[in-house]
Write a protein of this length. Structure first.
Length: 73
């Protein structure tokens, strides 16, 4: 496995907006009482993104499976 974290900023506005929106929606699905807090969090983060003041790092691992290769520890 190779660590390939995603570093996102205002150069990826549409993607980051979707990512943030999905995170807020997931929080509300887990706890509906968070609806207002999640909406405020999303407004605040979206404003920071549009101002160029927000970066997002998403932990990510690439996994390569090659037929016939031996697994590594």
């Amino acid at each position: 496995m190779i660590a390939t974290d995603w570093d996102l900023d205002s150069a990826n506005t549409e993607f980051v907006e979707r990512y943030l929106s999905d995170r807020a929606q997931a929080a509300v699905e887990q706890d509906p009482s968070m609806r207002e807090d999640a909406a405020e969090w999303l407004r605040r983060r979206s404003g920071q993104l549009r101002a160029g003041d927000l970066t997002v790092r998403v932990g990510h691992l690439d996994i390569a499976c090659v037929p016939g290769s031996a697994p590594t520890a």
